[in-house]
Design a protein around this ligand. Structure first.
Ligand SMILES: Cc1ncc(COP(=O)(O)O)c(C=O)c1O
Length: 403
């Protein structure tokens, strides 16, 4: 069917986007979905035959391509093949699934863990399994889309509090009937701003108002805490989070998501969460890769020190050039530009100087807060970071973002 002549709301919505993308491409401002031909460690990639410094990777510890992880994945294929028999509840769990879940539970100081085929589906399924009509979910305003979607899907009353504002969180909790089921949910490290949740106060409030607490550790595993165990270790707290959620697609160079917590909770999720019951298990190679990666994080602590030092060097360099990097203290570094146009112009200048970095523009962030969203990893060299800061600062001055 030729839809080009139709004039309905859906077609108009698609046309608006098509025009926006076409316009960006026409002005050499479109850098999404880049064709990456090769990943060289955590800090460099080959794009269209050109080597670039990578500042948009979630591989915070530079573990993609680690020989032990690759070997574990290959051995798993030799042993189990490439697929599973389907849904674990009925077709059975592979030994490697159980091993990975035990590894995660031990790493997160939890009694048990369950895995799903993506971080996105983990948030959807865990929140919507535990919460339903008549219940309350209370979510930080900057939480990841998968958390928001999970809250909406649950059918529970959806309340949001101002980003990391503990007074407003307390007010929200006070407004909810004391006997209602409540879940407070937040990112540990916020994915667009790079700042860290005030976990100690969040825990106190959850205890005071008898709310469950779920934390998404997508950007904190391997980054926060002396041994990379995440936000609890960062604040010197042990096992204070009811539902410890994380992904296997960022620091852990695989794919998938997990929830860790008390045995009964995890057992309940294994029998009640739809993404476990109605969707196939993680493939063996990815499961084995994830399992090996958790071990390497503990055995190669230099990587955690390096990602923290690199993050600090990058933030300090950008700040002293005059940029606003918001409240980040982690490996996610927003470089505030203001308008979408400025963010696109800064991206273009960086890309032309071989920096692979992407903009985040409205509506993904509030209007006027468009930015480069840069990340650093453990495998960037200090001189590479100096180069990146130099390129961003020169372009920032030319565009008028900094003086
Ligand atoms: C905070 C957060 N949670 C969940 C996800 C989803 O994880 P995945 O990409 O493994 O589906 C992401 C992905 O970017 C994320 O940033």
């Amino acid at each position: 069917m030729d839809i080009s002549n139709t004039d309905d709301a859906v077609t108009r919505r698609i046309s608006f986007f098509t025009d926006r993308v076409r316009n960006l491409k026409a002005h050499d401002l479109y850098f999404y979905n880049m064709p990456v031909e090769e990943i060289k460690g955590g800090s460099r990639v080959i794009v269209n035959g050109r080597e670039m410094g990578m500042y948009a990777s979630y591989s915070y510890l530079g573990l993609i391509g680690h020989p032990r992880i690759n070997a574990a994945a290959k051995a798993a294929i030799d042993k189990y093949g490439t697929g599973t028999n389907g849904v674990r509840l009925l077709a059975g769990s592979l030994t490697i699934h159980t091993e990975l879940e035990e590894t995660i539970a031990a790493f997160k100081h939890a009694e048990a863990a369950v895995t799903y085929s993506s971080g996105y589906s983990t948030n959807l399924t865990v929140i919507s399994t535990l919460m339903g009509r008549g219940d309350y979910v209370i979510s930080d305003k900057l939480n990841h889309a998968s958390i928001v979607d999970g809250c909406l899907m649950s059918g529970a009353e959806f309340r949001r509090f101002k980003h990391n504002d503990m007074e407003e969180l307390e007010r929200r909790l006070q407004q909810i009937p004391s006997d209602a089921a409540k879940l407070v949910v937040a990112d540990a490290v916020f994915s667009m701003d790079g700042d860290v949740l005030d976990l100690p106060r969040t825990v106190q409030l959850c205890r005071k108002y008898h709310a469950w607490l779920m934390i998404d550790e997508a950007h904190s595993i391997g980054v926060l805490g002396k041994t990379g165990r995440g936000i609890e270790e960062h604040f010197g707290l042990d096992d204070v989070i009811d539902i410890k959620m994380g992904t296997l697609s960022k620091t852990i160079p695989s794919v998938g998501g997990y929830a860790a917590g008390k045995k009964d909770l995890i057992n309940y999720l294994r029998h009640a969460s739809r993404a476990y019951i109605f969707s196939a298990a993680l493939p063996p190679a990815q499961t084995a890769a994830a399992n090996e990666a958790f071990k390497i994080i503990l055995e190669e602590p230099w990587r955690i020190e390096a990602v923290c030092a690199n993050g600090q060097q990058f933030i300090d360099g950008l700040k002293s050039a005059g940029f606003d990097t918001m409240l980040t203290t982690t490996a996610i570094v927003p470089v505030l530009c203001g308008s979408d146009e400025r963010a696109f112009a800064l991206t273009q200048a960086c890309q032309h100087k071989d920096l692979f970095v992407l903009p985040v523009v409205s509506p993904a962030v509030p209007e006027g807060q468009s930015r480069l969203r840069a990340t650093v990893t453990a495998t960037h060299e200090p001189k590479e970071i100096d180069y990146a800061v130099g390129v961003i600062a020169k372009a920032g001055r030319e565009i008028g973002i900094i003086q």
